[in-house]
Design a protein around this ligand. Structure first.
Ligand code: NAD
Ligand code: UDP
Length: 314
């Protein structure tokens, strides 16, 4: 059988672990590279009995060499709490990580996919956001280490493609949630679910009218795999997200109902530069990947609540 060798950077993280699992299930050989900053061995321990799965502790800011056919570049903390912990390291991870992985892709002629983000649109004044929108990003704010790092990585990917013919793919991922998010991750879905299950106050930042569009992780993994399989001439960027748009108040309400929680809402200051609205235009993904999300928020939340309920009982 034609077994591909695939490198997944950030493979021990939330999305990376689901991607490794799916790629192994499809019969590929998978190398998971991670420095465990926000990821954990717990996320991938169940894959270690597969002889085609390999784990390497490595930091993508340093060069790395391995002979592979495809690279999925996910290494980077994604939660504001974690990417703001050491902002200089965050931007190094995005920029130097991209340079190192693109250099590797060039040398071994691998196809490489970048996990970019809806954050490249910043606090968008075009709504919903199509790929043609250049964004509204503060270059010197507290989110800039992440947003600008990811924007620079997109530039590097595109220039390696134009200058060196590296086969690149860029996906712009909108807020994604699901099992294996870290309970202390700080992102809104995991925060609300953990708070609701523990009967603690639910922390709404600002007045809760800001919106996000939440994509279940299985839908994202499907889109990433379809993107990798497209013709070399299609590089993206392509949005992947669920167009269902909710305020944080609506999300809190759904979580409270689904968990039967007695938690109350408390209002806390809105962090600076927090985007007011976000919703993907997925016309391009529908056309090029023949993809659209299948799991709506209610169903995805039920699966995610079940996961957190189990780990909180441990
Ligand atoms: P995560 O924090 O769970 O995963 C990131 C992984 O990268 C972790 O395992 C972490 O240990 C690893 N990592 C961080 N810095 C590293 C470094 N210097 N060297 C090697 N490994 C490193 O977050 P996630 O939600 O799984 O996000 C995965 C990717 O998807 C990230 O690149 C993120 O920017 C992107 N993304 C995620 C979302 C989302 O909503 N989850 C949205 C847009 C983009
Ligand atoms: N948020 C919130 N309470 C929390 C965590 C986040 O109200 O406990 C808000 C946050 O201010 C933002 C939205 O939820 O408006 C999504 O935050 P998250 O950190 O999940 O993702 P991002 O802001 O990067 O889209």
């Amino acid at each position: 059988m034609n077994r591909k060798k695939i490198l997944v950077t950030g493979g021990a993280g939330f999305i990376g672990s689901h991607l490794c699992e799916r790629l192994l299930n499809e019969g590929n050989e998978v190398i998971c590279l991670d420095n465990y900053f926000t990821g954990s061995k717990e996320n991938i321990i169940h894959l270690t009995s597969n002889p085609y799965f390999e784990i390497i502790r490595h930091d993508v800011v340093h060069p790395f060499h391995v002979d592979v056919d495809e690279i999925y570049n996910l290494a980077c903390p994604a939660s504001p709490v974690h990417y703001q912990y050491n902002p200089i390291k965050t931007i190094k991870t995005s920029v130097m990580g991209a340079i190192n992985m693109l250099g590797l892709a060039k040398r071994v002629r691998a196809k490489i996919l970048q996990a970019s983000t809806s954050e490249v649109y910043g606090d968008p004044n075009v709504h919903p956001q199509p790929e043609s929108y250049w964004g509204n990003v503060n270059p010197i704010g507290i989110r800039s280490c992440y947003d600008e790092g990811k924007r620079c990585a997109e530039t590097l990917f595109t220039d390696y493609h134009r200058q060196n013919n590296v086969k690149i793919k860029i996906v712009r991922i909108f807020n994604t949630y699901g099992p294996r998010m870290n309970p202390n991750d700080g992102r809104v879905v995991s925060n609300f679910i953990v708070q609701a299950l523990k009967g603690e106050d639910i922390t709404i930042y600002g007045d809760g009218t800001q919106t996000r569009s939440f994509q279940y992780v299985d839908d994202l993994v499907e889109a990433m795999i379809r993107m990798m399989a497209t013709d070399d001439s299609f590089t993206g960027p392509v949005n992947t997200g669920n167009p269902g748009e909710f305020t944080m108040l609506e999300l809190a309400q759904q979580v409270i109902e689904l968990t039967n929680s007695k938690s109350k809402l408390i209002f806390m200051p809105l962090p600076s530069d927090d985007p007011k609205q976000r919703r993907p235009d997925i016309t391009l993904a529908k056309e090029k990947l023949n993809w659209e999300p299948k799991i709506q928020l209610n169903e995805g939340l039920i699966k995610t609540i079940e996961y957190f309920d189990n780990i909180l009982k441990k």
